[in-house]
Design a binder for this molecule. Sequence first.
Ligand SMILES: Cc1cc2nc3c(=O)[nH]c(=O)nc-3n(C[C@H](O)[C@H](O)[C@H](O)COP(=O)(O)OP(=O)(O)OC[C@H]3O[C@@H](n4cnc5c(N)ncnc54)[C@H](O)[C@@H]3O)c2cc1C
Length: 462
Amino acid sequence: MPKIDEDLVSNLEALLGQVHVSVAGSVLHQHSRDQSSHPATKPDVVVWPANTEEVSAVARYAFERRVPLVGWGAGSSLEGNPIPVMGGIVVNFQRMNQIVTVYDADFQVTVQPGIFYKDMNRLLAQHGLFFAPDPGANASIGGMIANNAAGTRTLRYGATRDNVLGLEVVLADGQVIRTGSRSIKQSAGYDLTHLFVGSEGTLGLVTEATLRLAPIPQHVSAALVAFGTVDDAADAVYGIIGSGVVPAAVELLDSNCIRYINSDGTFSLPETPHLLMEFHGVSTTAIAAELALVEAITLECGGRSFTAGIGREERNRLWEGRHHLFESMLRSHPGETYFITDVAVPISAYPTLVAYAGRLAREQGFRGGLFGHAGDGNLHTTFFCPTDDVERTQSLTNFNHQVVHQAIELGGTCTGEHGVGIGKQQFLVTEHGIASVELMRRIKQLLDPRAILNPGKVVGSG
Ligand SMILES: Cc1cc2nc3c(=O)[nH]c(=O)nc-3n(C[C@H](O)[C@H](O)[C@H](O)COP(=O)(O)OP(=O)(O)OC[C@H]3O[C@@H](n4cnc5c(N)ncnc54)[C@H](O)[C@@H]3O)c2cc1C
């Protein structure tokens, strides 16, 4: 990669205006790391374009001079995805944060990529609609599309990929293309939309997206079930999904996570593994019938107590602890480094995966917890160690690798929702085979011949 020109900043200022280009130390620092523990690297410059034309002009400039170009949403990734590992230009989409059109009658919306999904959902609530994928952090829609983010409600509504109908994308050389359509059925040619979804900004920059929405459910409820062991809780997940009931969410929390939740003082839950579930329905009667069935299944699988909260307020209360879990963990381990896993397996293999990860963590006395979007076979673990503890850092890295290999052996994946970023590149060949990864590299070369788009990510820099 050639050295950055001395006149880089003045050229970008000429394109976007002086106030929308920055090399201030604090700004570069802010754009040097995400929420993971991957090492920070500063970009050379950060820009805030106002529209597609400006993104295209910046891309043309970067292409001509072979300068790295990295998209930035909220910086909430957990695998180093937006870290500009080769410096260059970070394109922050914060100014492109508008809803373009709400298509009420079709349950769709077209938005700019910089809008944060919680802000978007607040605006969409006036239309009785919402975008269902919900990563815990307040991510941008561009970042969610780039990482194919998912979350607690994927079980019922799908991941981001399942809810993107079409895109506007700026390619590496600045060319602007449109993919997909507003039809929910599409079979016209290669599926370019879903090639860009999950590509982590390595194939193009998303400047507009048309999303599929869902009506806000009329009736909601939540249920919290305590178990004696985490294995019993994982077995119950398999039982619930096998029964044909489709909860909106099924979250697994081990006893350590419950301790973190209790540490905030709002809850005093029994410190044993729990399942937290959510149900959406057209009537309270329909929801009550689902709850009765799920109660019977969970009690049969070793559930010790079943607390159901019908209604939005009670549901929100039960979910509050889950939503603040990560912050509670961070508060309990100030200044420490954390390691997060994100693997997913077919639902029948979930109890095996959970038992395996739990046993390994117990044997090594790791501090942290095990939780996951259990309904779709997604398991996370978050463990902490002092930043300068080289030995513990190595054991946690080994643990992550063992869990990933176990997930792949069980027919699963090295990443259910956080993406490849930096940390998961080493597992791509094991998961997909060398021929498939070579094909991915050829696609990357075709779309990004000068290797300027988020270089060093997904399939490396080639
Ligand atoms: C507490 C916490 C909980 C989380 N829970 C979940 C969860 O449940 N599920 C989940 O999936 N994730 C979760 N995450 C991870 C994170 O929120 C998601 O990965 C999210 O999609 C990142 O969005 P962002 O806007 O922060 O993107 P960024 O981190 O800024 O960027 C993500 C990637 O997108 C690229 N990019 C950004 N904008 C564009 C664009 N317009 N065009 C092309 N590429 C672009 C970047 O270059 C980068 O590769 C969590 C994170 C935290 C901190």
